[in-house]
Design a protein around this ligand. Structure first.
Ligand SMILES: [Zn+2]
Length: 78
């Protein structure tokens, strides 16, 4: 089942944008894949992946294939 994160959270871009080789992680930080526009937690506790496969993770660790295609956003519950 696919959860639409945007229905649960409001997302705000981190400013200034972090460098692709130093992406921050945190419980309230999410990565938006600029390739497919999916949003994945930066510390995914359950199996998570974006549509195109750039972002995938589980157990609190997110693997990023191409960090240049990531926008870091802060999620706040609606
Ligand atoms: Zn993607």
């Amino acid at each position: 089942m696919k959860i639409d994160m945007r229905k649960i959270y409001n997302f705000y871009p981190i400013e200034p944008a972090p460098a692709p080789d130093a992406l921050p992680t945190g419980g309230d930080l999410y990565y938006e894949c600029t390739e497919c526009s999916d949003i994945v937690s930066s510390v995914p506790r359950i199996k998570s992946a974006c549509h195109c496969g750039n972002l995938s993770g589980n157990g609190g660790v997110l693997q990023v294939k191409d960090p240049a295609k990531v926008k870091v956003v802060r999620g706040k519950l609606k």
